[in-house]
Design a protein around this ligand. Structure first.
Ligand SMILES: NC(=O)c1ccc[n+]([C@@H]2O[C@H](COP(=O)([O-])OP(=O)(O)OC[C@H]3O[C@@H](n4cnc5c(N)ncnc54)[C@H](O)[C@@H]3O)[C@@H](O)[C@H]2O)c1
Length: 264
Protein backbone atom coordinates (compact mmCIF):
# COMPACT_ATOMS: atom_id res chain seq x y z
CA UNK A 1 0.00 0.00 0.00
CA UNK A 2 1.08 3.59 -0.58
CA UNK A 3 3.21 3.12 -3.68
CA UNK A 4 1.54 6.20 -5.24
CA UNK A 5 0.94 8.16 -2.04
CA UNK A 6 0.08 11.82 -2.68
CA UNK A 7 0.32 11.39 -6.46
CA UNK A 8 -2.17 12.92 -8.86
CA UNK A 9 -2.84 10.40 -11.64
CA UNK A 10 -4.85 11.11 -14.76
CA UNK A 11 -6.21 7.92 -16.34
CA UNK A 12 -7.56 8.56 -19.84
CA UNK A 13 -10.05 5.89 -20.85
CA UNK A 14 -10.95 5.10 -17.23
CA UNK A 15 -14.39 3.81 -18.13
CA UNK A 16 -14.86 0.58 -19.99
CA UNK A 17 -16.68 -1.36 -22.65
CA UNK A 18 -19.61 -3.09 -20.89
CA UNK A 19 -19.07 -6.75 -20.03
CA UNK A 20 -18.61 -9.28 -17.24
CA UNK A 21 -14.87 -8.75 -16.82
CA UNK A 22 -12.96 -5.60 -15.91
CA UNK A 23 -11.23 -3.41 -18.53
CA UNK A 24 -7.60 -2.27 -18.48
CA UNK A 25 -8.36 1.40 -17.84
CA UNK A 26 -10.81 0.78 -15.00
CA UNK A 27 -8.50 -1.74 -13.31
CA UNK A 28 -5.58 0.69 -13.57
CA UNK A 29 -7.57 3.58 -12.10
CA UNK A 30 -8.64 1.37 -9.18
CA UNK A 31 -5.14 -0.03 -8.64
CA UNK A 32 -3.63 3.49 -8.63
CA UNK A 33 -6.19 4.62 -6.05
CA UNK A 34 -5.54 1.55 -3.88
CA UNK A 35 -1.92 2.68 -3.70
CA UNK A 36 -2.78 6.20 -2.60
CA UNK A 37 -3.16 8.18 -5.83
CA UNK A 38 -5.92 10.71 -6.38
CA UNK A 39 -7.31 9.65 -9.74
CA UNK A 40 -8.78 11.85 -12.46
CA UNK A 41 -11.01 9.45 -14.41
CA UNK A 42 -11.26 10.73 -18.00
CA UNK A 43 -13.61 9.24 -20.55
CA UNK A 44 -15.97 10.34 -23.28
CA UNK A 45 -18.48 8.03 -21.58
CA UNK A 46 -18.87 10.00 -18.36
CA UNK A 47 -21.27 7.48 -16.85
CA UNK A 48 -18.75 4.68 -17.22
CA UNK A 49 -16.01 6.86 -15.71
CA UNK A 50 -18.35 7.66 -12.81
CA UNK A 51 -18.81 3.92 -12.21
CA UNK A 52 -15.03 3.61 -11.95
CA UNK A 53 -14.88 6.54 -9.51
CA UNK A 54 -17.66 4.95 -7.42
CA UNK A 55 -15.64 1.74 -7.19
CA UNK A 56 -12.62 3.79 -6.08
CA UNK A 57 -14.64 5.68 -3.50
CA UNK A 58 -16.21 2.49 -2.14
CA UNK A 59 -12.67 1.32 -1.31
CA UNK A 60 -11.87 4.64 0.41
CA UNK A 61 -10.02 6.28 -2.49
CA UNK A 62 -10.69 9.62 -4.12
CA UNK A 63 -10.68 11.42 -7.44
CA UNK A 64 -13.00 13.04 -9.95
CA UNK A 65 -14.45 12.53 -13.41
CA UNK A 66 -13.67 14.61 -16.49
CA UNK A 67 -15.79 14.01 -19.57
CA UNK A 68 -13.74 14.45 -22.74
CA UNK A 69 -13.44 13.20 -26.29
CA UNK A 70 -9.67 13.22 -26.46
CA UNK A 71 -9.57 13.05 -30.26
CA UNK A 72 -10.19 16.82 -29.94
CA UNK A 73 -7.25 19.00 -28.92
CA UNK A 74 -9.51 21.39 -26.98
CA UNK A 75 -10.76 18.49 -24.83
CA UNK A 76 -7.17 17.35 -24.15
CA UNK A 77 -6.28 20.89 -23.09
CA UNK A 78 -9.34 20.90 -20.83
CA UNK A 79 -8.37 17.57 -19.21
CA UNK A 80 -5.01 19.04 -18.24
CA UNK A 81 -6.49 22.40 -17.16
CA UNK A 82 -9.14 20.73 -14.98
CA UNK A 83 -6.63 18.33 -13.39
CA UNK A 84 -4.05 21.05 -12.68
CA UNK A 85 -6.74 23.53 -11.63
CA UNK A 86 -8.22 21.14 -9.10
CA UNK A 87 -5.11 19.40 -7.77
CA UNK A 88 -2.24 21.70 -8.76
CA UNK A 89 -0.31 19.24 -10.90
CA UNK A 90 -0.29 15.97 -12.84
CA UNK A 91 2.23 13.42 -11.58
CA UNK A 92 1.11 10.51 -13.75
CA UNK A 93 -0.54 10.65 -17.16
CA UNK A 94 -1.78 7.19 -18.09
CA UNK A 95 -3.10 7.03 -21.66
CA UNK A 96 -5.27 3.91 -21.98
CA UNK A 97 -7.57 4.86 -24.86
CA UNK A 98 -7.43 2.69 -27.93
CA UNK A 99 -9.83 1.28 -30.50
CA UNK A 100 -9.71 -1.18 -33.36
CA UNK A 101 -13.32 -1.10 -34.51
CA UNK A 102 -13.85 -1.69 -38.24
CA UNK A 103 -10.21 -2.54 -38.91
CA UNK A 104 -9.34 -5.06 -41.57
CA UNK A 105 -6.71 -6.03 -44.09
CA UNK A 106 -4.87 -3.72 -46.47
CA UNK A 107 -7.37 -3.89 -49.32
CA UNK A 108 -10.49 -3.49 -47.17
CA UNK A 109 -9.45 -0.28 -45.41
CA UNK A 110 -11.66 2.80 -45.53
CA UNK A 111 -10.50 6.34 -44.92
CA UNK A 112 -13.02 6.75 -42.08
CA UNK A 113 -11.80 3.66 -40.20
CA UNK A 114 -8.12 4.54 -40.69
CA UNK A 115 -8.66 8.10 -39.45
CA UNK A 116 -10.81 7.08 -36.46
CA UNK A 117 -8.22 4.54 -35.30
CA UNK A 118 -5.28 6.90 -35.73
CA UNK A 119 -7.15 9.83 -34.14
CA UNK A 120 -7.93 7.74 -31.03
CA UNK A 121 -4.79 5.64 -30.73
CA UNK A 122 -2.18 8.28 -31.60
CA UNK A 123 -3.36 11.86 -32.14
CA UNK A 124 -5.23 11.99 -28.82
CA UNK A 125 -2.16 10.89 -26.88
CA UNK A 126 0.06 13.36 -28.72
CA UNK A 127 -2.27 16.22 -27.70
CA UNK A 128 -2.65 15.01 -24.11
CA UNK A 129 1.15 14.91 -23.77
CA UNK A 130 1.55 18.26 -25.54
CA UNK A 131 -0.59 19.93 -22.87
CA UNK A 132 0.60 17.93 -19.83
CA UNK A 133 4.31 18.31 -20.53
CA UNK A 134 4.74 22.04 -19.76
CA UNK A 135 3.58 21.58 -16.13
CA UNK A 136 5.69 18.45 -15.72
CA UNK A 137 8.74 20.23 -17.14
CA UNK A 138 8.22 23.16 -14.82
CA UNK A 139 8.15 20.83 -11.81
CA UNK A 140 11.02 18.68 -13.12
CA UNK A 141 9.07 15.43 -12.77
CA UNK A 142 6.28 13.39 -14.30
CA UNK A 143 5.42 9.96 -15.61
CA UNK A 144 3.68 9.19 -18.88
CA UNK A 145 2.58 5.65 -19.67
CA UNK A 146 1.03 4.85 -23.02
CA UNK A 147 -0.98 1.68 -23.61
CA UNK A 148 0.04 0.14 -26.90
CA UNK A 149 -0.37 -3.52 -27.87
CA UNK A 150 1.78 -6.50 -28.82
CA UNK A 151 0.02 -6.08 -32.17
CA UNK A 152 2.69 -3.40 -32.77
CA UNK A 153 5.36 -6.09 -32.95
CA UNK A 154 3.50 -9.38 -33.60
CA UNK A 155 1.99 -10.72 -36.83
CA UNK A 156 -1.68 -9.71 -36.89
CA UNK A 157 -4.13 -9.17 -39.74
CA UNK A 158 -5.45 -5.80 -38.58
CA UNK A 159 -3.57 -3.06 -40.34
CA UNK A 160 -4.64 0.30 -38.90
CA UNK A 161 -4.57 -0.85 -35.26
CA UNK A 162 -1.14 -2.45 -35.64
CA UNK A 163 0.34 0.55 -37.43
CA UNK A 164 -1.13 3.07 -34.97
CA UNK A 165 0.27 1.16 -32.00
CA UNK A 166 3.71 0.86 -33.65
CA UNK A 167 3.59 4.63 -34.19
CA UNK A 168 2.62 5.08 -30.53
CA UNK A 169 5.71 3.10 -29.51
CA UNK A 170 7.87 5.37 -31.69
CA UNK A 171 6.14 8.50 -30.38
CA UNK A 172 6.76 7.39 -26.77
CA UNK A 173 10.41 6.72 -27.55
CA UNK A 174 10.71 10.27 -28.86
CA UNK A 175 8.94 11.61 -25.74
CA UNK A 176 11.27 9.70 -23.43
CA UNK A 177 14.47 10.85 -25.10
CA UNK A 178 13.38 14.49 -25.43
CA UNK A 179 12.09 14.80 -21.86
CA UNK A 180 14.57 12.81 -19.77
CA UNK A 181 16.51 16.01 -19.04
CA UNK A 182 13.35 17.43 -17.44
CA UNK A 183 13.03 14.44 -15.10
CA UNK A 184 10.06 13.06 -17.04
CA UNK A 185 9.76 9.33 -17.75
CA UNK A 186 7.73 7.94 -20.67
CA UNK A 187 7.10 4.24 -21.27
CA UNK A 188 4.86 1.91 -23.22
CA UNK A 189 2.95 -1.14 -22.04
CA UNK A 190 2.11 -3.65 -24.75
CA UNK A 191 -0.75 -5.85 -23.52
CA UNK A 192 -1.16 -9.17 -25.27
CA UNK A 193 -4.29 -11.31 -25.29
CA UNK A 194 -6.30 -10.11 -22.31
CA UNK A 195 -9.70 -11.32 -21.14
CA UNK A 196 -11.37 -7.91 -21.19
CA UNK A 197 -14.72 -6.73 -22.59
CA UNK A 198 -12.93 -4.70 -25.28
CA UNK A 199 -11.35 -7.88 -26.64
CA UNK A 200 -14.34 -10.19 -26.27
CA UNK A 201 -17.69 -8.37 -26.42
CA UNK A 202 -17.31 -6.73 -29.85
CA UNK A 203 -16.48 -10.09 -31.43
CA UNK A 204 -19.38 -11.81 -29.64
CA UNK A 205 -21.74 -9.05 -30.81
CA UNK A 206 -20.44 -9.64 -34.34
CA UNK A 207 -21.44 -13.30 -34.11
CA UNK A 208 -18.41 -15.08 -32.59
CA UNK A 209 -19.09 -17.94 -30.20
CA UNK A 210 -17.90 -16.73 -26.77
CA UNK A 211 -16.53 -20.05 -25.49
CA UNK A 212 -14.78 -20.82 -28.77
CA UNK A 213 -13.29 -17.31 -28.92
CA UNK A 214 -11.96 -17.53 -25.37
CA UNK A 215 -10.53 -21.01 -25.96
CA UNK A 216 -8.81 -19.85 -29.19
CA UNK A 217 -7.27 -16.82 -27.46
CA UNK A 218 -6.17 -18.88 -24.45
CA UNK A 219 -4.47 -21.42 -26.72
CA UNK A 220 -2.24 -18.72 -28.24
CA UNK A 221 -0.69 -17.68 -24.91
CA UNK A 222 2.60 -19.47 -24.12
CA UNK A 223 2.40 -18.86 -20.33
CA UNK A 224 -0.11 -21.36 -18.97
CA UNK A 225 -2.31 -21.24 -22.11
CA UNK A 226 -4.45 -18.59 -20.44
CA UNK A 227 -5.20 -14.98 -21.35
CA UNK A 228 -4.13 -12.25 -18.97
CA UNK A 229 -6.54 -10.00 -17.10
CA UNK A 230 -6.78 -6.24 -16.81
CA UNK A 231 -5.14 -6.51 -13.37
CA UNK A 232 -1.95 -7.72 -15.07
CA UNK A 233 -1.87 -4.49 -17.10
CA UNK A 234 -2.82 -2.44 -14.03
CA UNK A 235 0.01 -3.91 -11.94
CA UNK A 236 2.56 -3.20 -14.67
CA UNK A 237 1.20 0.36 -14.95
CA UNK A 238 1.46 0.76 -11.17
CA UNK A 239 5.11 -0.28 -11.23
CA UNK A 240 5.96 2.11 -14.08
CA UNK A 241 4.08 4.98 -12.39
CA UNK A 242 5.74 4.42 -9.03
CA UNK A 243 9.15 5.57 -7.83
CA UNK A 244 10.27 1.92 -8.01
CA UNK A 245 10.67 2.60 -11.75
CA UNK A 246 12.52 5.91 -11.21
CA UNK A 247 15.40 4.83 -13.49
CA UNK A 248 13.21 3.37 -16.26
CA UNK A 249 12.25 5.38 -19.31
CA UNK A 250 11.88 4.70 -23.02
CA UNK A 251 10.92 1.02 -22.66
CA UNK A 252 8.20 -1.02 -24.35
CA UNK A 253 7.04 -3.50 -21.70
CA UNK A 254 5.10 -6.50 -23.03
CA UNK A 255 2.44 -7.84 -20.63
CA UNK A 256 1.55 -10.80 -22.79
CA UNK A 257 2.37 -14.16 -21.19
CA UNK A 258 5.31 -14.55 -23.58
CA UNK A 259 3.39 -14.04 -26.83
CA UNK A 260 5.87 -11.53 -28.26
CA UNK A 261 8.85 -13.59 -27.06
CA UNK A 262 7.81 -16.40 -29.42
CA UNK A 263 9.80 -15.61 -32.57
CA UNK A 264 9.85 -17.93 -35.57
N1 LIG B 1 -8.12 -5.89 -24.11
C1 LIG B 1 -7.12 -6.38 -24.79
O1 LIG B 1 -7.05 -7.57 -25.07
C2 LIG B 1 -6.05 -5.44 -25.27
C3 LIG B 1 -4.92 -5.98 -25.87
C4 LIG B 1 -3.93 -5.12 -26.28
C5 LIG B 1 -4.05 -3.76 -26.08
N2 LIG B 1 -5.15 -3.26 -25.50
C6 LIG B 1 -5.25 -1.81 -25.31
O2 LIG B 1 -5.80 -1.50 -24.03
C7 LIG B 1 -6.50 -0.27 -24.11
C8 LIG B 1 -7.94 -0.34 -23.70
O3 LIG B 1 -8.24 -1.37 -22.86
P1 LIG B 1 -9.59 -1.39 -22.02
O4 LIG B 1 -9.76 -2.79 -21.59
O5 LIG B 1 -9.56 -0.34 -20.96
O6 LIG B 1 -10.69 -0.97 -23.11
P2 LIG B 1 -12.18 -0.45 -22.91
O7 LIG B 1 -12.77 -0.35 -24.28
O8 LIG B 1 -12.89 -1.27 -21.90
O9 LIG B 1 -12.02 1.02 -22.29
C9 LIG B 1 -11.55 2.10 -23.05
C10 LIG B 1 -12.25 3.35 -22.62
O10 LIG B 1 -11.76 4.41 -23.45
C11 LIG B 1 -12.83 5.26 -23.76
N3 LIG B 1 -12.56 6.01 -24.99
C12 LIG B 1 -12.45 5.53 -26.25
N4 LIG B 1 -12.25 6.54 -27.11
C13 LIG B 1 -12.23 7.67 -26.38
C14 LIG B 1 -12.07 9.04 -26.69
N5 LIG B 1 -11.90 9.45 -27.95
N6 LIG B 1 -12.10 9.95 -25.70
C15 LIG B 1 -12.27 9.57 -24.41
N7 LIG B 1 -12.44 8.28 -24.05
C16 LIG B 1 -12.41 7.35 -25.02
C17 LIG B 1 -14.04 4.34 -23.92
O11 LIG B 1 -15.24 5.05 -23.71
C18 LIG B 1 -13.77 3.29 -22.84
O12 LIG B 1 -14.44 3.59 -21.63
C19 LIG B 1 -6.43 0.17 -25.56
O13 LIG B 1 -5.36 1.07 -25.75
C20 LIG B 1 -6.19 -1.13 -26.28
O14 LIG B 1 -5.64 -0.94 -27.55
C21 LIG B 1 -6.16 -4.07 -25.09
Amino acid sequence: MGRLSDKIAVVVGAGQTPGDTIGNGRATAIRFAQEGATVVCVDRNAESARETLSMIEREGGSGCVVEADVTREADCQDVVAQSEGRYGRIDVLHNNIGIGRGDGGATGMTEAVWDAIFDTNLKSIMFLCKHALPGMRERGSGVITNISSVAAVCAVGIVAYKTSKAALNAYTHALATANARFGIRANVIMPGLMNTPMAIEGNVAAGADRAELIARRNAQVPLGRQMGTAWDVANAALFLASDEARFITGVNLPVDGGQSARIG
